[in-house]
Design a protein around this ligand. Structure first.
Ligand code: AMP
Length: 214
């Protein structure tokens, strides 16, 4: 299955993607994760991207498209994949369509996870991420058992620079302007499915699975 996950920052795309990869045995391709790794590794690309990410803006299309193309060409993507955080605007979506049609493997589904703006703010400002395994927690909704420590691997929890309030506001504005139009884009192509991203993680996941016919 070749799937694109759509939804505002904080809608829970990453969390649902992690559950979907277990169920379907296909990789998650998160451009945000790839970029954060480049930042952590201190590569030239990472240094350039960090300035843009900290402002909540989008990294240039040519950078992310290059990263995604490279990733899609890897063997583990043959069975399918979950694109999380890409495409982020119409131009990325059009390029993706072109690349996939050359590969003769078009997208099967664009799944939109819909959440109200007020909820998104709380989810994002409360979000804490594990430095070691990237597991996410939330100080309002899903705290780690021990403050600041990952339940899964014991790593340190931290707040991402781009989860600070001013950046979040900008990320949500950028989403509305650049990314939300993709809901219409995939709707017109007839591959859009939408799920309300409210309730527990498992409830949302079950709704997604029944939508995907799993
Ligand atoms: P995310 O974790 O998906 O919210 O991504 C974090 C940040 O990485 C975004 O706010 C952007 O600055 C950058 N980013 C991630 N994916 C993309 C993309 N497809 N196009 C441009 N910038 C991206």
């Amino acid at each position: 299955m070749r799937l694109v996950l759509l939804g505002a920052p904080g809608a829970g795309k990453g969390t649902q993607a992690k559950k979907l990869i277990e169920k379907y045995g296909i990789p998650q391709i998160s451009t945000g994760d790839i970029l954060r790794k480049a930042v952590a590794d201190g590569t030239p690309l990472g240094k350039e991207a960090k300035i843009i990410m900290d402002k909540g803006e989008l990294v240039t299309d040519s950078i992310v498209i290059g990263l995604v193309k490279e990733r899609l060409a890897q063997d583990d993507c043959k069975k399918g994949y979950i694109l999380d955080g890409f495409p982020r605007n119409t131009s990325q979506a059009e390029t993706l369509d072109k690349v996939l049609s050359e590969m003769k493997s078009p997208l099967d589904v664009a799944l939109s996870v819909d959440v109200d703006k007020d909820d998104l703010m709380k989810r994002l400002t409360g979000r804490r991420t594990c430095k070691s395994c990237q597991q996410m927690y939330n100080i309002y909704f899903s705290q780690a058992k021990k403050d600041g420590v990952c339940d899964k691997c014991g790593g340190d929890l931290f707040q991402r620079d781009d989860d600070k309030e001013a950046t979040i506001k900008n990320r949500l504005d950028v989403y509305e302007k650049a990314t939300a139009p993709l809901i219409d884009y995939y709707g017109k192509k007839g591959i859009l499915k939408s799920v309300k991203g409210v309730g527990s993680i498992d409830e949302i996941f079950n709704k997604i699975c029944s939508m995907l016919g799993a």
